[in-house]
Every structure is written in C-alpha cells, then in structure tokens.
Design a binder for this molecule. Structure first.
Ligand code: PFF
Length: 456
C-alpha cells in the first residue's frame, strides 16, 4: 500500500502512547467538568459513560482498524479499503473536523500557557476566589494578551509536528502522561479536604435524572467523541503507524479507561472545590481556570512555596497534555496535504496551520471584544465547539461505523481486530452487532431526540 516517506514510531508503545496523548487533554480537565457542570452533574456522567461504552470504544477500534489496514492518511484510507462514491469523503470530513477543533483548541491551550506563566511569576498567590474569577474574565476579554498565547500555542504545536512523528510526539507522550496522572491524584485529595467538599462529590456522583433533557444526551455524546478523540480521523492516522501485533481492542479499552478515569478525577478536583468556595458548577469554559487556583492556595496555603511549585507544575503538565492533543489535531491535516500533494512535510504542516491562525484569533476575540457577534445565540468560540463536537464528530463517527460495519471487507476487518485470532468469537459477534446496528442507531436516536422528532 501507499507509503510515501511516512514517519514511524520508534517503539511499539510509542504509537499507542501517542494515541493516549491525543485522547488525554483539555477535553478531560477543562471540557468534561464544564459540560458536566452545565448539564446537571451526575446524570450527565451516567450518560457520558454509556456513550463511552456503546459508542466510544467500538468506534475507536473501528478507526484503529481502518488506519492500520490502509497504512494511509484518513482521506486516502477509505478509498483504499474499497470506499466508492460519497463514502470516499468520510475521511475528509473527519480531517476537516479535527482541523476546525484545532482552531478553538489553541485558544484554550493559550490560556493554559498564561496560567503557567502567571503561576511562575507567583501571580496566583494571595487572592480571593472573586479575584480569580475577575482575573480570568479580564484576561480572556483582553484584545491582545490571549492572541499572543494563540500564536504561541500554534507555534509550539507546529514546531513539534515539524520535528516529525517519532521525535516530537513519542518523547513528549512518554514522560508527561504518568506525571499528570500523579498530580491529578494528589489534587483530588487536596480538593476533597476543603470545607464543604462533599456537596461537590454528591453533584458528580449522585444522579438526578429529572435534570436530563434532550440536549444532555447530545452533550454527553459530544463529550465522549471529543474526549476520546474519535470521529475525526486522528486515531486512524496514528493507527496507520501501529505495529502489526498491536492489540486494537486492548489499546482501545486501555485508552478509553484511562481517559475516563482522568475526566472523573478532574471532576473530583473541580466540583468539591467549586462548592467549597461558592463558584457555580455551571460557570462554563471558565470553570477550571477559576476553581483550580483555589485548590492550590487553599490546600497548601500554609506552605506557600509548596502551593507555588504545585500550581506551576500542574499547569505545565496541563499545557503539555493540551500540546499532545493539539499535535494530534494538526497531524491528520498535515499528513493529508503531504501525502496527497507530495509537498514536503514542512510545507504541508505550514499550509495546514496558516488558516488556524486566522480562525484561532477570531475565536479568541469572540470571548472578549467580539462577544456581541452571535449566530444561533452563540459566539464564534461556542459555535465552533458546538458544530464540531456535537454535530461533525458524531457524523464522522456514524459514517465510519457504517463503512466499517457494512462496506469494509469482512475478512480484512476480522484480521485487524481479531488480534491474531486470539479474540473470542462471542466478543467479535458483539462487536459486529455494535458497529453495524447499535452504535449507528444510538447516534441517530440522539440526533433525532435533539431535533424533537421523538423523546428518549
Ligand atoms: N481528546 C482531546 C482532549 O480531550 O483534549 C481533544 C481532541 C484531540 C479531540 C484530537 C479530537 C481529536 F481528534
């Protein structure tokens, strides 16, 4: 199969770690808590978990299978596996979605860099919860400062992609993820020790299904797609680098498991702290940024240097997690341009990045001076988020599932997913019924439910 000067991962675990690096990012620590907060808490979590199990894991396996079988970029993968007519463009839709996500992802990535710098300069110390809220809103509505961080985020992401697959992505993923995990565990302990923390735990873990509306389903599904990095061809692209022996099911379970665990742990940091200092759980995109400094400075307040070190290290790791995800958002578009036009990788990455700069700036300004320009009641940032996470990702996932279930050669699929024929038959049967029928029906039902055609 076509293999134009493709990079390769140095170790087997490298490609898998990079896929985990893609999944674990701002989606877990930033987006999950704010979507959970805005959608009523524990009931959202239950729907989210259902989406991860019924839609997320099977689809991740499907994307892995398409990528490793074709050993090609997402755009070319589908035709190589026999797609004709409109099916040929499924891969393109996926790559486009990821690229659009990157346009606003770099904005939040920029916010994490600002918090690295401001904790480094001891700018988070000696403040009240109200100060944190006021500081954050004055920062994001500033017409210049966040833009500098958008440039910085794009520059760093591009830099790593230009360094190539192996060196850049693998090295970063290997070290940072376990460290982030340990920091998160410590922070959960700190947050739970704050006065009044149990109310937050209850909000996250004690479901009240009367709060579920049609949009809760859509939000839970969108969050599952976003957080697991599915429906946009990024995992497919990474799987095109997977070694033959990689166990696709095992990897999907592990990645989805760790990703979900980190999201829930992040919730266990944010909500107890939010309740403890009186911040609304539905505060939206600002939630993590106004809650976390309280955790650092209330839990470690009596030992200022510890609070300082901890907040600096945490934001650094969060910025790194955002970076590994941003790389994965840029990589599919870069590879598509590189392999389709035969342009050098360097030029392909630059070409893929240039428009991100433009939209990134517009999304950033829409949180401040351009906030009054709205479409369907949303500013540009929210519009990008809504359209990509809640519409385009699920559509990409739906088409991928239909293609893999109904169009892809069954033997080829089986040889990819059966893990050298070691996978039990019953599991394969369950997988087929999920990918062919249950998963597509679930996605369609959630869409129809949102449109009010019927009620789930
Ligand atoms: N999964 C990443 C996160 O949770 O931050 C974001 C993301 C990366 C979404 C790659 C989609 C994607 F393809």
């Amino acid at each position: 199969m076509e293999n134009i000067g493709r990079g390769n991962f140095g170790s087997k675990i490298g490609a898998v770690l990079a896929a985990a690096g893609s999944a674990i990012g701002l989606g877990n620590v930033w987006r999950f808590p704010y979507e959970t907060g805005a959608n009523g808490g524990a009931a959202f979590l239950v729907l989210y978990l259902a989406c991860v199990i019924i839609i997320g894991i099977p689809l991740m396996v499907a994307e892995f299978a398409v990528g490793r079988r074709s050993r090609a970029n997402n755009f070319r993968a589908f035709p190589l596996l026999g797609a004709t007519g409109l099916w040929k463009y499924v891969g393109f839709l996926c790559v486009l979605t990821g690229w659009l996500i990157l346009c606003y992802y770099v904005v939040v990535q920029g916010w994490t860099i600002e918090y690295v710098i401001s904790s480094g300069a001891n700018g988070l110390a000696n403040k009240t919860p109200d100060d944190y809220t006021a500081d954050f809103s004055s920062f994001i509505s500033n017409p210049v400062k966040p833009l500098i961080y958008v440039f910085l985020s794009i520059g760093i992401t591009l830099g790593v992609v230009l360094m190539g697959v192996q060196k850049g992505i693998e090295r970063a993923s290997k070290v940072m993820m376990p460290m982030l995990f340990i920091f998160i565990l410590v922070l959960v302990g700190c947050s739970l020790s704050l006065p009044g923390a149990m109310k937050g735990v209850e909000f996250l873990l004690n479901p009240d299904f009367s709060k579920v509306t049609a949009s809760t389903y859509l939000a839970a599904m969108g969050q599952a797609f976003f957080s697991l990095s599915i429906g946009m061809g990024c995992l497919c692209t990474y799987a095109s680098y997977f070694p033959k022996e990689a166990n696709l099911f095992g990897n999907a379970f592990n990645i989805a498991g760790i990703d979900t665990l980190i999201a829930i742990l992040s919730g266990l940091i944010i909500f107890p702290a939010a309740y403890s200092v009186g911040i609304e759980p539905g505060a939206g995109p600002s939630l993590v940024f106004i809650t976390l400094p309280n955790v650092f400075y209330q839990a470690f307040g009596s030992i200022p240097w510890l609070a300082y070190m901890f907040s600096l290290m945490f934001y650094l790791l969060l910025a790194m997690a955002a970076l590994t995800s941003a790389i994965s958002l840029l990589e599919p578009a870069t590879l598509l341009i590189h392999e389709e036009t035969h342009l050098r990788r360097r030029w392909s990455a630059l070409l893929a990045t240039a428009p991100v700069l433009l939209f990134g700036v517009a999304c950033s300004l829409s949180m401040g001076i351009w906030d009054e320009y709205k479409l369907f009641g949303m500013n540009l940032f929210d519009l990008f988020d809504f359209t990509t996470a809640k519409i385009m990702l699920p559509l990409g996932g739906l088409f991928t599932a239909l293609f893999v279930g109904w169009k892809m050669d069954k033997k080829a699929l089986l040889s990819e997913i059966s893990n050298q024929r070691t996978l039990p038959q019953w599991l394969i049967r369950i997988y087929y019924s999920l990918i062919k029928v249950i998963l597509p029906l679930a996605i369609i039902a959630i869409f129809l439910n949102e449109l009010g055609v019927f009620s789930l």
